[in-house]
Ligand binder design. Structure first.
Ligand code: GLN
Length: 476
């Protein structure tokens, strides 16, 4: 079995004929079947993947190579792909078949990639452990007693179990970076608006961003160069031209950076001491290599989680109102009247966490509470934005942990949603402010041998810097 962990090697082998795309797809399909116990894939697109592979093979015969020729990619179950089921891991969308393809997925296909299947996730991308999926929890391939993280748990696990070569996920508050950290792979959340959200099932529209999982930075750069950029179908997608990230990654490789870290984060109570030590060692090593690493005070840390959960639940309550049993997926079959149909459809169709968030979001938007919660949180969002933008006037990057701890045991945090919300303490900042962030594997815990990541943030549209620094850390 070939286990490709970078596009360059794959292209060498496809060029010299030691493997065909069709063989590759067959091997992955077989391997996915052997790992069904991990519950990573909700569906394997066997037929369309093999059809795509044949087309790509025909192109290769003609010596026609594209940037992502033959790349086997999994997509999170909240990305539309025409003619394929897409459920956002919810019962309410069971049986829903996409009528169009999301821009990011289409651009992957146009660049020669092959979509192998859709991966499990938390329902409507709400969660940090993949335990909120209507289709069961994803097990961490590194130790199946532990969670893979969430909400893109299946996506991260699909790489950790070598069941594809790259994955698309979505990141509203950490859903790419946190599972990447738990599964020991690279997880990128680009700048808000860098990748079109057309065809991504909305959770909190002003936070949502498609992100990638890869084994290395070069592949993340190659994929981003393909999927980023303006799109007529998404007005929030930036008009800013897309650079050749791979080229810039090479050009910047010897640059030294001015890096900030927040002492409040390093000293925070919940942070696992081993992660803290690993970060401090990293800071020292970076200094030795000529980078500057300085503390910058960030007293707003405690406002991140409340701001995130007020604003995202508000947006979710509005976005999820479209699941009414009339237009999509599940409809309660025995209703006496319209009102009962709505009520029963939504009560049965949505899971507990999704209902909790719709209620919370409706509450913070309701007359009488709007100013106290929603408006207030918007003001804090602006304050956070200004604070971070000011920091980026003087620094190239901010470094912090991706998560307070390594993966936890399945079931360990299910009784208390607040405990789970605190998992997101270090990741939500990038989404609140809209800047890009990446998680790169940093070390392993001596207690459970599970990995943890380090997170890098840069200013908006500075993904090239992000990649360069990430590469330095990954290759240390
Ligand atoms: N864990 C966070 C939440 O539950 C982030 C989710 C996400 O990024 N989609 O909202």
């Amino acid at each position: 079995m070939y286990q490709y962990q970078n596009i360059e090697q794959l292209h060498k082998d496809l060029k010299n004929g030691s493997i065909t795309c069709t063989q590759l797809v067959q091997q992955y399909i077989q391997k996915i079947k052997e790992h069904q116990n991990l519950n990573i894939y909700l569906e394997v697109f066997e037929k369309s993947a093999l059809e795509q592979a044949q087309k790509v093979d025909a192109d290769i015969q003609q010596n026609r190579f594209k940037p992502l020729t033959g790349l086997i990619v999994s997509i999170k179950d909240n990305l539309c792909y025409k003619g394929h089921e897409c459920t956002a891991a919810s019962k309410i969308l069971k049986g829903f078949v996409s009528t169009y393809t999301s821009t990011a997925v289409q651009r992957l296909i146009d660049a020669g990639a092959i979509i192998i299947g859709r991966t499990n996730c938390d329902e409507f991308a709400m969660g940090s452990s993949n335990e909120n999926s209507a289709y069961g929890v994803v097990k961490n391939p590194l130790n199946p007693e532990y969670v893979a993280g969430g909400s893109s748990g299946g996506a991260a696990a699909s790489l950790a179990a070598y069941l594809c070569m790259a994955a698309l996920g979505s990141d509203t508050g950490g859903s790419v970076r946190q599972p990447a950290s738990f599964c020991g792979v690279v997880g990128l959340k680009p700048t808000y608006g860098r990748i079109s959200r057309w065809g991504l099932i909305a959770y909190a529209s002003s936070f949502d961003q498609i992100g990638t999982f890869t084994y290395n930075i070069e592949d993340a750069a190659k994929i981003l160069s393909v999927i980023a950029g303006p799109d007529d179908f998404d007005a929030t997608c930036a008009e800013i031209p897309v650079p050749d990230y791979s080229k810039q990654l090479q050009e910047l490789s010897s640059k030294t950076f001015k890096i900030a870290y927040f002492p409040e984060v390093i000293e925070s109570d919940g942070l696992n001491p081993e992660i803290k030590t690993a970060l401090q060692n990293t800071f020292e090593n970076l200094k030795k290599s000529g980078h500057s690493v300085e503390p910058v005070h960030f007293p707003l840390l405690k406002y991140l989680i409340p701001t995130y959960y007020v604003l995202t639940t508000a947006e979710a309550s509005s976005n999820l109102s479209r699941y009414d049993g009339v237009r999509y997926g599940y409809r309660y079959p025995d209703a006496k009247d319209l009102e009962e149909m709505y009520k029963k459809t939504r009560s049965i169709g949505f899971g507990t966490e999704v209902k909790r968030r719709i209620l919370l979001g409706t509450f913070v938007l309701s007359v009488g509470y709007y100013d106290a919660y929603y408006t207030k949180a918007q003001k804090v969002r602006r304050l956070l934005y200004n604070t971070i933008k000011d920091i980026f006037k003087n620094y190239d990057a901010i470094l912090m942990p991706t998560t307070p701890s390594t993966a936890f045991k399945i079931g360990q945090k299910t009784d208390d949603p607040l405990k789970l919300y605190l998992e997101d303490i270090y990741t939500v900042l990038a989404n609140i402010v809209g800047v890009p962030a990446i998680s790169v594997p940093l070390g392993k815990s001596s207690e459970n041998q599970l990995p943890f990541g380090i997170q890098i943030l840069t200013d908006s549209f500075e993904e090239s810097k992000l990649f360069t620094l990430a590469n330095t850390l990954l290759k240390k």
